[in-house]
Design a protein around this ligand. Structure first.
Ligand SMILES: [Zn+2]
Length: 72
């Protein structure tokens, strides 16, 4: 398991299913609506529609993340 240097006390984490590594994992909020899997490092987008789902990022999402993410 790849260790990522997050401080879990100051940021949002949720337990969820990561479609990239096919495992239950801790997902870390990198920016609003976007979560990163601590298991494989993949980024997922949170979609709230009655329940929380994790959907794969589109190219537009990745581009947005490049511009707006990684600020922490
Ligand atoms: Zn993963």
């Amino acid at each position: 398991m790849k260790k990522l240097s997050f401080n879990f006390q100051n940021i949002d984490t949720v337990q969820g299913y990561c479609h990239q590594c096919d495992e239950e994992s801790i997902l870390v909020a990198i920016v609003t609506e976007f979560y990163r899997c601590t298991n494989c490092g993949a980024d997922t987008k949170q979609h709230i529609n009655g329940k929380i789902r994790y959907i794969q990022l589109t190219d537009a999402d990745k581009e947005w993340l490049r511009k707006n993410g990684e600020k922490r």
